[in-house]
Write a protein that binds this ligand. Sequence first.
Ligand SMILES: [Zn+2]
Length: 319
Amino acid sequence: MDSKDRFARNTPKKTVNAFSIDVEDYFQVAALASAVSRESWSTREYRVEGNTHRILSLLDTRGVRGTFFVLGWVAERSPALVRSIAAAGHEIACHGFSHQLIYRQSRDEFLQETTRAKHHLEDVIGQPVLGYRAASFSITRDSLWALDVLLDLGFAYDSSIFPIRHDRYGIPGASPSPGRVTAPSQRTLVEFPMSAASFLGIQVPVSGGGYFRILPYALTRAGLRQINEREGRPFTFYLHPWEVDPEQPRLKVGALSRFRHYTNLDRCAARLERVLDDFAFAPMRDVLTAQGLLAANTPAFPSLNGDSVATRRRVSAAS
Ligand SMILES: [Zn+2]
């Protein structure tokens, strides 16, 4: 397909969806946590840089920009990776620090580590970080208090709520459309929920991750088209760098986790190319702005103490 064809297929009439990557390594996945101690992370084969660059070049070939929710642990180890994602025109957002499930953390632990991750990312790119996505979508009915912490930290939007039923996450019945959610304090935060399509009345999360790798692509495409065309709203697509890496070391885990994590790793990059050709994408920040949910120049820095990146730099240089 030459570039003219591709342009014709991506004409502006198409709904523009949010493209997102959760930047973490294969050994940080919640489903594999039983097989990997946190203490061992720093000694494991580190593959997230190469895999992220592979995705960056796929996106670059197609001129697609997206949002990269970067884990603080990875950002501290690989600041140059974060800078090269931003330099390629993508949005940098925050995936927390340690990939802990929020509903297993205290509010204070969550505040401390999210502050660390957000400030580090902002120091690396020299710009405000507006978006947040929880490890394993772990903002559930039990952890809605996390929305208040995100508001206190100056995040402009969250993208963690999955409006489905699942063993580890989900708020069944939550709105599937981008909009505002109410935190326990009654303040509201912009939410871009994870996307699911309805087949025979069942919500199927066709929009990324394991579902995207495991389900036949024709089903994924039908579900995503349904969201865009029948329901008339954008979806959020998501993937992890390790999902395009069939060479990653295999960990000893149970059958269900093995199936979810390792199925079709060798076919995922080709599928990603298809989804990029079949749908139109932009960074999440831009989709929310187009929806009228974020102001065009949202930045501002209402961080906890109202301090700026520059102020924090001066403080950390002085300490
Ligand atoms: Zn994650």
